[in-house]
Design a protein around this ligand. Structure first.
Ligand SMILES: [Zn+2]
Length: 436
């Protein structure tokens, strides 16, 4: 009986603690008086609870607020400089470790080459060593957890498999080997998050979508992907594969005419087979590798171009941007075609989902204004009704996945899912919220 009672008291105190943390997190800066009003707890109780959170370096006092003549109130906020997370993300070429603060500031970023072959023990040792070094380097911070970004949970269908033979096994390995090992080795929580939702989490927490409940993030890079946020929640789909915008078909393929008049796709004349097995996916007409293929084809046919490329050397986004800026006809032709196809696909997503905002990210944005402006025009020209949608480019979003994993770690720490109602509270510019 005695134990039950103690458990109840400690659960109740824990609830109070997380309620306060979530209110402070949502409102940004808040006085003890307002915390008392919002929670209904006695002021003395609020004082004791917040003192404990300050002593633990989780909250900090930050400036003061004038609540009327002679009345000053100290504001409290989350100790953003102190609370941090480590996240790990895997791409075909590199493994990225970041240390991110609670406000999304990246304190450190380490990129190491993705090993050509997975020699498991070495690979694992490598990762553990890097995490240990980061934990040592940031001892004065409070590292709340380790977040791992993985591709969707169906490795066989994951398109990156075509670039890297060991990649499909990676997802399995992360769950069965890496995660248990991290949990065993370090005394902080470790969790795995699927990339389909991480762009949403990062854009909501640190990016352009702060305070927006209906938006999509579109990745423009070697693949074309889309993350969907409806009603404040990320849409994952039945197999965590929602948002495969790149594998939707626009018309019979946007007609792309290759050098020498070859019809590369669309128009019912010729088709491109996508690596997913279907003909004419939008990715065949809009991804960066396909753009490079078209441009290479034209150069091979001796089409006049201002693109200065040594034969055999890679064509980068920067090379193409410089050619576009110099008014290169051939590059403009292909980039216009690609941006148009993409614009139609994104407009279709807009008509289906009615988002308020589209956040574009990925290295194709480095193609510059010509690409972006053409894309925006194509989206607007292909939407109708009253779909008032804003389009914003977020170059920082290359870091979206690791930042998203950090944000998820912070949410887990705050037990945010249990306090989702707190995030419906209106944010007042007047700190008291009119409640004195
Ligand atoms: Zn496809």
């Amino acid at each position: 009986m005695r134990n039950d009672y103690n458990d109840m008291v400690s659960n109740y105190n824990e609830h109070k603690r997380y309620l306060i943390l979530n209110i402070v997190n949502h409102l940004g800066a808040v006085s003890r008086t307002r915390l008392a009003v919002l929670t209904g707890y006695q002021p003395a109780n609020i004082t004791a609870l917040t003192k404990q959170l300050i002593d633990e370096h989780i909250l900090v006092e930050t400036g003061s607020y004038s609540a009327g003549p002679g009345r000053k109130r100290t504001l409290l906020e989350i100790n953003k400089n102190r609370l941090c997370a480590i996240s790990i993300s895997f791409s075909v070429s590199a493994i990225t470790f970041i240390v991110a603060q609670f406000d999304g500031t990246i304190l450190n970023e380490i990129n190491i080459d993705f090993p050509k072959k997975l020699s498991e023990p070495d690979f694992l040792f490598h990762i553990i060593t890097h995490i240990r070094q980061l934990l040592n380097a940031y001892q004065e911070k409070t590292i709340l957890g380790i977040g791992i970004c993985t591709p969707s949970n169906d490795p066989a269908s994951y398109p990156i498999a075509r670039f890297h033979p060991s990649y499909p096994r990676l997802v399995d390995w992360i769950h069965k080997v890496l995660l248990p090992e991290l949990r065993k080795t370090f005394d902080i929580p470790a969790s795995v998050f699927y990339d389909v939702t991480l762009a949403i989490t990062a854009a909501q927490n640190f990016g352009a979508a702060r305070g927006v409940n209906d938006f999509i993030c579109v990745e423009l890079s070697n693949g074309i992907g889309c993350s969907i946020c409806c009603n404040g929640k990320a849409v994952t789909g039945a197999n965590s594969l929602a948002g495969e915008l790149g594998h939707t078909v626009v018309g019979a393929g946007g007609t792309v005419i290759g050098a020498g008049g070859t019809v590369l796709g669309g128009g019912g004349t010729a088709h491109k087979l996508c690596y997913c097995g279907k003909p004419d996916c939008i990715e065949c007409y809009s991804s960066f590798p396909e753009l490079v293929k078209c441009i290479r084809g034209a150069l091979k046919h001796n089409v006049l171009s201002k693109l200065a490329i040594e034969p055999g050397s890679p064509i980068t986004t920067r090379d193409i941007r410089l050619a576009l800026e110099a008014g290169d006809q051939m590059c403009r032709y292909y980039v216009r075609q690609f941006a148009n196809s993409l614009g139609i696909a994104i407009a279709n997503a807009v008509m289906l989902l009615n988002p308020k905002l589209i956040v574009l990210y990925g290295h194709m944005l480095e193609l510059g204004d010509y690409f972006l402006d053409t894309l925006k025009t194509a989206v607007h020209e292909n939407t109708s009704l009253e779909m008032e949608v804003n389009i914003t480019a977020s170059p920082e979003l290359e870091k979206l996945l690791p930042l998203g994993a950090a944000a998820e770690i912070f949410s887990l720490y705050l037990k945010r899912d249990n306090y989702s109602w707190v995030y419906q509270l209106p944010i007042m510019t007047d700190e008291t919220g009119g409640m004195g």
